[in-house]
Design a protein around this ligand. Structure first.
Ligand code: HEC
Length: 124
């Protein structure tokens, strides 16, 4: 008749485990202090993704490091071409189709397509 404490313990453990994994996933939310260059409205998300996934090779200000500068990428490639470059990768650049969600790649592509030579919103 004694059901004991086991089920409860298991439940607690499962809960703790869940909490831990959930934390691990959202831990990287940095309160993006650097505001984006070309201040087009929906910038919060793409700039954050950019910082996390792209800045290591293309620099935070898009000026380029391992990868080329993307500051005027909108003059060179269309939004679809940028989308394609991000999802399929380039020589020296990994494909992101499995690492990012389609919406995220779309957001990035749209954001980057706004970076054109004429649009010298670049505030640096
Ligand atoms: C490991 C380094 C690396 C990372 C990370 C990286 N790139 Fe690249 N990227 C490159 C290199 C190198 C090239 C140039 C490839 C070539 O020569 O065609 C490139 C090219 C590009 C191009 C085409 C540029 C052009 O002028 O044709 C775009 C657009 C681009 N990257 C966007 C991104 C975005 C957006 C991200 C983040 C999701 C990203 N890259 C992450 C290294 C990287």
């Amino acid at each position: 008749m004694r059901t004991g404490k086991r089920p409860l313990l298991l439940l607690v453990m499962a809960f703790v485990l869940l909490a831990v994994t959930a934390c691990g996933q959202s831990a990287s939310t940095d309160s993006g202090s650097a505001s984006s260059p070309a201040g087009n409205k929906a910038d919060a998300k793409p700039t954050l993704i950019y910082k996390q996934s792209c800045a290591s090779c293309h620099a935070v200000d898009l000026s380029g490091k391992v990868g080329p500068s993307l500051q005027e990428i909108g003059s060179k490639l269309s939004e679809e071409e940028i989308f394609e470059a991000i999802s399929s990768g380039r020589p020296g650049m990994p494909p992101f189709e499995k690492r990012l969600k389609t919406e995220e790649i779309h957001a990035l592509a749209a954001w980057l397509a706004n970076h054109t030579a004429s649009d010298e919103g670049a505030d640096q």
